[in-house]
Design a protein around this ligand. Structure first.
Ligand code: NOJ
Ligand code: CA
Length: 550
């Protein structure tokens, strides 16, 4: 693995500390619990762990409501536990990515408490840390993001007798980036986490840092200028640290977050994600083709982050209203499955707990552009609980064993931060790490094998992508090429067995080695290749250099 751009070859694993492993039996997962499971993650074959927020917070948004940027949320452990986790991860060659939530704090943050209260001894210093107005008339062109819970981006504060601005929950006031003190304060937070040994930082909700009248208050030039300053600081202070941006935007609006390679190293590809689900639902590659055609090239040091699911609802913000309705009808038939402009379900239930379909989705994730992110539990096909509040239904305890609390915690079941998924077929009796580790045909062992294979070919993380045309819409085929290595990937997006014909004139005569069946001898690629794939079947091939003499 190259050292300074390790993120280009990496597979990331996103995990909620609260949900992963409880080391002290209080019902809440913690940092020592994560440390105790590092061997599992190493064996899975991931390279970097992205930890959801770990700092002090009233947790009305699972830690994205920060009340202290540098103190660990006490149930998770201490700063020394964090440093131990970093050291143990590094000893195994794993990287640690932490969260930076620059846009807003909790209303419980001491900055906000001082800002809202004219009688507070520090009011003068913090008065302008947040965005205050006498009325709620400003910035009318900014959309509301949490449409199911919030009616306005302004909330009245009776103490300050004024309105404060917030893009997310009303209890998450936006910081005022026009205030140079705020700009500096956030860089000090970054410095703190670099000092603790973090290898990367996931920057939450970057589009919303600045507000300007008459705009949508997203992606403003001032915001990009600040993010470039953040990057320059990180490069100077801890070179090699990776910045991962969560700009949930159309590809052309995301492109500026990479700058000229002087802003963020990575950004999630939000528009791609729902189109993978659409392509599988429609047995048609067209949605993926369309979004790739709209995906800009990136500066050399930059990389897309790709994912199927994460800790939030499956967002449908970056699709047309018609496509959103299609996705809701197909993947969220029950109203309770819908949340905001999205779907609060996990990967396995979304795909009907159908092993071949899950494998096809994961194969696309692992072989398309960018560096893939796996959401904890999806490697064993965990289920969800749509009846839990907000997005908590996709944040339930990791299922390690078939026994009590699924091996997540020794606490009494009623003391767990959230109930273990019990509804079959997703209960721990069937879905758990221990059983799948022992079953060669399990999703877990399949994932391990594919991650092992993926890391042998730099073209997956670094290569160009060329889509190949075919008459059959259910065939998704592409070449990945990097430094003389060519890989051919084919996927059947439909449920039934199909015979496909693929135009392979680009590689005609060169040997095709089947990476998934290495025992099979390489065959020369025909100019037009006719082959069968089972329902949701796929193939990974290496296209050799030499022409096989006939
Ligand atoms: C995006 C995070 O992924 C989400 O969980 C959170 O609620 C919002 N940002 C607000 O911080
Ligand atoms: Ca605990």
């Amino acid at each position: 693995m190259h050292s300074n751009d390790w993120y280009k070859d990496a597979v990331f694993y996103e995990l909620n500390v609260r949900a992963f492993c409880d080391s002290n039996g209080d019902g809440i997962g913690d940092l020592p619990g994560v440390a105790a499971r590092l061997d599992y993650l190493k064996e899975l074959g991931v390279d970097a762990l992205w930890l959801l927020p770990i700092t002090e917070s009233p947790r009305r948004d699972d830690g994205y409501d920060v009340s202290d940027y540098t103190r660990i949320y006490p149930p998770y452990g201490s700063l020394s536990d964090f440093r131990t986790l970093v050291a143990e991860a590094h000893r195994r060659g794993l990287k640690i990515v932490v969260e930076l939530i620059p846009n807003h704090t909790s209303d419980q943050h001491p900055w906000f408490q001082a800002s809202r209260d004219p009688g507070h001894p520090e009011h003068a210093r913090f008065r302008d840390y947040y965005v205050w107005r006498d009325d709620d008339a400003g910035y009318k062109d900014a959309r509301i993001i949490f449409v199911d819970t919030e009616k306005s981006n302004w909330t009245y504060d009776p103490l300050r007798k004024a309105y404060y601005w917030h893009r997310f929950f009303y209890h998450q006031p936006d910081l005022n980036y026009d205030n140079p003190e705020v700009q500096r304060a956030m860089l000090r937070v970054v410095q703190f986490w670099l000092d603790q040994g973090a290898d990367g930082i996931r920057v939450d909700a970057p589009p919303y840092l600045y507000e300007r009248e008459g705009t949508a208050c997203e992606n403003l030039p001032e915001t990009h200028a600040y993010l470039k300053r953040l990057r320059a600081f990180v490069d100077a202070y801890a070179p090699g640290t990776m910045l991962l941006s969560e700009a949930n935007q159309w590809p052309e609006d995301v492109r500026p977050y990479f700058g000229d390679g002087d802003e963020m190293h990575m950004n999630f590809h939000f528009p791609l994600m729902p189109r993978i689900f659409m392509a599988l639902a429609k047995a048609d590659r067209a949605p993926i083709e369309a979004v790739l055609a709209r995906t800009p090239d990136l500066p050399p040091q930059c990389q897309w982050g790709t994912f199927l699911r994460c800790h939030d609802e499956l967002t449908l913000e970056m699709v047309t209203p018609e496509d959103r309705q299609f996705m809701w009808d197909f993947y969220a038939p029950e109203p309770r499955m819908r949340l905001n402009l999205g779907i609060r379900r996990r990967l396995a239930p979304l795909l009907g707990n159908h092993l071949a379909r899950l494998q096809a989705a994961n194969s696309i994730l692992l072989t398309l552009i960018g560096s893939p992110f796996i959401y904890y539990g999806d490697e064993i096909g965990m289920g969800d609980n749509i009846w839990l509040d907000d997005r908590n239904g996709v944040r339930t305890p990791m299922q390690w064993e078939p026994g009590p609390n699924a091996g997540f915690s020794a606490a009494p079941a009623e003391a767990l931060y959230a109930p273990v998924i019990e509804a079959e077929p997703f209960g721990p009796a069937r879905v758990n790490v221990q059983a799948q580790a022992a079953d060669p045909a399990s999703l877990l062992n399949w994932t391990r094998a594919l991650l092992r294979l993926r890391r042998q070919h730099l073209a997956f993380g670094r290569g160009t992508l060329r889509l190949l045309g075919a008459a059959h819409p259910a065939l998704l085929a592409y070449l990945r090429e990097y430094e003389g290595e060519t890989l051919l990937l084919v996927h059947n997006l439909s449920a039934g067995r199909q015979t496909f014909t693929l135009d392979l004139s680009a590689c005609a005569g060169r040997p095709l080695a089947d990476l998934l069946h290495p025992e099979a001898p390489a065959q020369p690629a025909p100019a037009a290749w006719t082959f069968d794939l089972e329902g949701y079947g796929f193939g990974w091939f290496k296209v050799g250099d030499d022409t096989i003499p006939s």
